[in-house]
Ligand binder design. Sequence first.
Ligand SMILES: [Zn+2]
Length: 194
Amino acid sequence: MVRDEEDINIYEIETNDKIDKKKKILIILIIIALILIIIVGKNIVTIIKGNKQCEIYEKQVAKILEEEQKKKDEEERKRQEKLPKLTEVGMQNIEKIYKSETKRAFLTFDDGPTDITPRILDILKQENIKATFFVLGSNVKKKPELVKRMYDEGHFIANHGYSHVYSNIYSSPQAVLDEFNSCNEEVKKAIRRK
Ligand SMILES: [Zn+2]
């Protein structure tokens, strides 16, 4: 009888040990789960914060771009305002350009800009006359500030190719296009200067 009781006690102690072990494992699992929840939670918070910051930056950038565009539009409007407007008489003159009794000359300058271009621009400004400049891309690259001045002062800028080397220009149809496009690119760069 005593032996049996001892057996039961041992069994109970063993069972209690097993329960303790299970509890320990459960507690450890809960702790691990909590740690994981904290880590994941923190990451989620960081991502949300990051997204919000991103949105704020995007809005700021959009605002800056919008303001820059407004400034550019305003500058262009002011530039246009300074240019002579085509009047009704002007329109009629253009329509009758080859039949008109009135004698008129159109000033055009080829191959520029060169060292004498500033002098020409000064005189045109003094006389309040607009001219057409057939510019060479290779020269625009050398003196972009003069092309910018032509543009700002309301003159017409026309494409006269890039190199002026006929043997190159007329070597193929593609070469002609390349000359035209290269000159265009240089003019664009020049008139976008500040
Ligand atoms: Zn020429």
